[in-house]
Design a protein around this ligand. Structure first.
Ligand SMILES: *Cc1c(COP(=O)(O)O)cnc(C)c1O
Length: 373
């Protein structure tokens, strides 16, 4: 059986280094907000090209903290509307609600699965204050178009970069141009280090990147009970900290992220060129953009049937995601709304095995089984 994602295999090369780090953290006797976290915050923000990096407990909290930070700074207020793709992992939308803001859903492009900038403007009202751009499956949202709309309407732009660690914007890949990565394409960005993400910890973890000094200052405090100085609370904060052990593991994995993303792209390139079956639509990839293929998501009309066929032939797949957010029970007020493109995507998508440890033989096998379908 070719597994969808073999986390054990992904982390195996780091085993000795992890054990040494565990030993050193044990010997230090300091487990929360210490040296490893500070080093990771600095390493990760340098990697993304931003001035500041702020560790958080997970990706969801990282998003909520950004919104709460802007509320503290008076740039957002309760009840403000935030534009968000209708086609996203529900965490993006829940984070907006969690910060007492109102999510306003916008349809994606069928080809890219990402928000369609052409449809944003008609959803903007006097209460709209921000756009949450999601780089779904590892492919950057159309940031230039999004920024144009945001500038014209005086909106903040925030990235949900939980699936796109290391993705580089095309224009910035010209020689000598400053490399602009996900995390550095907006006012502030949220990352998740959930084990299955492109940069994954051995538990929960998250971070925020930003160039906004004021926001960073508030966030360093907000994530730690709103307190910068022990027992002095400036804000109504939360407890959401990246712990020393996870930060230490992430410090070991970060130097290899670009290499791992390249391996994902190589597998993706083979899927894209070798899958030849009229029943299967492979994902759009503008080769100039460096998609980091968190997931390789195909579409097909009888998705469940294809998934069953693949399973019977030894290929494990997943569906990201089976139920659109607006049809979830949790958002019952949206259940009668219609987002046909989002619904079509949720009915048709299937995620093929994708990871930096997927072998050439495994890719060949998946392709062969798919082409025989
Ligand atoms: C994983 C993910 C999150 C949430 O991250 P957690 O660390 O699981 O809280 C948010 N948005 C997207 C798009 C994600 O894929």
């Amino acid at each position: 059986m070719i597994s969808f994602l073999d986390l054990k295999k992904i982390n195996e090369p780091y085993e000795t280094a992890f054990q040494e780090k565990l030993k050193s953290v044990l010997e230090n006797g300091w487990y929360i907000l210490g040296k490893e976290t500070a080093v990771f915050e600095s390493n990760f923000s340098s990697y993304c090209g931003t001035k500041y990096g702020i560790g958080a407990g997970n990706g969801f909290d990282a998003l909520v903290l950004i919104f709460k930070g802007y509320i503290e700074l008076g740039k957002l207020k309760k009840g403000d509307e935030v534009i968000v793709p209708a086609n996203t992992y529900i965490a993006s939308i829940l984070a907006i609600s969690q910060a007492d803001l109102i999510p306003v859903l916008v349809e994606p492009r069928l080809e890219t699965y990402n928000i369609n900038p052409d449809l944003i403007e008609s959803k903007i009202t006097s209460r709209t204050k921000a756009i949450l751009a999601v780089h779904l499956y590892g492919q950057l949202a159309e940031m230039n178009a999004i920024h144009k709309i945001a500038n014209q309407n005086n909106l903040l732009v925030i990235e949900d970069a939980a699936q796109a660690h290391g993705a580089v914007l095309a224009e910035s890949r010209k020689p000598k141009a400053e490399s602009k990565k996900s995390g550095n394409l907006s006012n502030a960005a949220a990352f998740s280090f959930y084990p299955g993400k492109n940069l994954g910890a051995l538990g929960d973890g998250g971070a925020i990147t930003t160039n906004d000094a004021e926001l960073a200052k508030v966030l360093f405090s907000l994530r730690n009970y709103g307190s910068e100085k022990k027992y002095h609370n400036e804000f109504i904060g939360v407890n959401s900290r990246l712990d020393e052990l996870q930060a230490a593991f992430l410090n070991l994995k970060l130097p290899n992220l670009d290499n791992e993303n390249q391996k994902r792209r190589e597998a993706a390139k083979r899927y894209l060129t070798e899958i030849k079956n009229d029943k299967i639509i492979v994902p759009f990839w503008d080769l100039s953009e460096n998609h980091v293929f968190h997931l390789f998501v195909i579409r097909t009309e009888n998705r469940d049937q294809l998934q069953q066929y693949l399973l019977e032939n030894g290929v494990q797949t997943m569906v990201h995601y089976p139920i659109p957010p607006h049809q979830q029970k949790a958002f019952s007020e949206w259940n009668t709304l219609s987002f046909p493109i989002t619904e079509k995507i949720h009915n048709e998508v299937l995620s093929l095995p994708m990871s930096p440890v997927l072998t050439n033989d495994e890719v060949s096998f998946v392709v062969e089984i798919l082409n025989q379908y």
